[in-house]
Every structure is written in C-alpha cells, then in structure tokens.
Unconditional design. Structure first.
Lengths: 249, 52
C-alpha cells in the first residue's frame, strides 16, 4: 500500500489519532494566534477608514471570515457524518460531532458582529432579511445537531442520528450563499471574491485573507483538541488511554 | 463617524468566543484524564483489598 494512504488509514486508530492531535493542535492554535495578531493589527490600526462607513467597516475583518467558516464547518461536518454513516468509522463520528460547537460559535460570531455593524449602518440590530434569517436557521441546525448528540445515551447511535441531521442540513448552504441573489435583500451582495475581481481595494482586502487563513488554522486546532478529548473519554477503559492519562502500568 | 464603541463591541465578541473555544476542550480533556486516574486508583485499591 502507498505509505501516504497507509499513514492516513493509521490515523483512524484512536491511539494514533490521540498522538497526532496532541502534537498538531498546539501548532495550529499557535499559527492562528500569530495570524490573528497580524490581521487584527492591520485591520484596526493600518487600513484606512472607509469614506462612507467610517471605522465601522473594520467589523468586516471578523464578520466575513466567521461567516465563511460557519458554512465551511457545516459542510465538513456533513462530509465526516456521511463517511461515518457509510463506513462506520468511529473517528469520523467523533470529528463530525466536534465540528458542531466550533461551527455554532462561528455562526454566533457572524450574527452578533453583523448585528453590531447593522445598528449604525442600517439603523437596526436585526431585520428578517433572507441572508440574516438563513444564517439564523444555520445556527438552529447546529444547535439541533449538538442537542440530538447529547440527548441519546448510546454515543454511536447519537452521533449517527445527529450526523444524519447534518447531512440533511447541507441543503441550506446554497440557500445562504445565494439568498442575496434570489431575493431582494438588505444585506449587500458579494464584494469580496475568491475568484474574480473584488470591489474592495486591494490594500483593504489583504488583512481579510490573513484573517480567513487564521480562522482556518484556529478551526483545525480546535477540531483536533475537541476530538482528542471525546476520543479519550470514549476509550477511557483502554490501556492506551490509561497510559495517555499518566496511569502507571 | 468613528463608531468606535461598535467596533470594540464586535471585536470583544470575537475574542470572547475564541477564548471559550480554546479553554473548554482543554478543561474537558483535563477532567477526562483525572477521571481515568481516579478510576485506576479505585481499581488498584479494590484489588489490594484496601479502601480507596
């Protein structure tokens, strides 16, 4: 077997994953913290104020990366859940369920920072606008996955039921993405494009990409850390878990 | 037109959630490890016939 594929398969083993997560989670969080420091310094002190929105536009540097992460994490959770349902890989169940609280946190950040930006710019904290409403439904879906996973005592059955909800919920992602196109929306259309020309000046855009990268690293660090804790709790009776907790043999 | 209080509020929310996300899994991992150690001690005490 190809060594890369063999290494990937070995990650499915709980003790191997524990060692992998213990090694890489601090590095991912460290890289994220450095990038966040750089991105926030640029966003708050270097980039000039917008000629129309003043300093309030600086909220964009946390709002947009959090909004992208809220959808990305849900998509990834559904992929892990699908793999767990089809191939019954326990680690994928753990990873899928570890995605939910992180994605919910990013969704809450998106809604809260958007609301704070909306008050001075739109004159209201909240509006039942298609983009805002669909993002709120995404938060409820995350809470549904977390709640369902916590409500069933059998951990594997709980992860499968919650994973099924995550897979069904993926249908919401294109609705969120195209809500500003399909309906009349108070929320502006896409000003920053991954492919194609952004309508923001490049000097204002690059700290945003730093923050996008930072949130990706943060997510990987958090995912590994949360999955490691869940993995150890499920395997608490195994010898490797005892050794990992410092119990002498 | 600085809207400074809104900017500070939004960034505070962001930092607050990151701190929560950083701390909670570490606390859970520490609690799990402590439980494993305590269970091992109880088992060892039971096997040796001494109360834990």
């Amino acid at each position: 077997m190809n060594p890369a594929i063999r290494w990937f398969h070995s990650l499915g083993s709980p003790p191997t994953f524990d060692r992998f997560a213990a090694r890489w989670a601090p590095w991912c969080h460290g890289a994220a913290m450095l990038l966040i420091a750089l991105g926030l310094w640029q966003a708050l002190f270097v980039v000039p104020a917008d000629y129309q929105q003043g300093d309030s536009f600086r909220i964009l540097y946390i709002h947009v990366p959090a909004a992208w992460m809220s959808m990305f994490v849900f998509g990834l959770m559904a992929v892990y859940a699908a793999i767990a349902l089809v191939w019954r890989i326990k680690l994928c169940e753990i990873l899928a369920m570890a995605c939910a609280p992180i994605g919910a946190a990013f969704t809450l950040i998106t809604l809260a920072t958007g609301s704070i930006w909306g008050k001075p710019m739109w004159g209201t904290w909240w509006d039942w606008d298609p983009r805002l409403t669909t993002e709120l439904v995404l938060l409820f879906l995350y809470l549904g996955v977390i709640g369902l996973n916590a409500a069933i005592e059998d951990r594997r059955a709980a992860a499968r039921a919650a994973g099924f909800l995550a897979i069904v919920g993926v249908a919401l992602l294109p609705v969120i993405r195209y809500s500003v196109t399909w309906w009349n929306s108070l929320h502006q259309g896409a000003t920053i494009k991954l492919f194609g020309e952004s309508t923001m000046d490049a000097s204002m855009t690059w700290p945003l990409w730093v923050m996008v990268l930072a949130t990706k690293f943060w997510f990987v660090g958090s995912l590994l850390q949360r999955a490691r804790a869940d993995n150890l709790a499920r395997e608490a009776n195994k010898d490797w878990a005892r050794a990992s907790a410092g119990v002498p043999r | 037109m600085s809207y400074l209080e809104y900017v500070i509020g939004a960034y505070a929310v962001f930092v607050l959630f990151l701190v929560w996300d950083f701390v909670v899994p570490r606390l859970r991992l520490a609690r799990t490890r402590r439980n494993i150690v305590l269970r091992a001690k109880r088992e060892a005490a039971r096997l040796s016939g001494n109360p834990a």
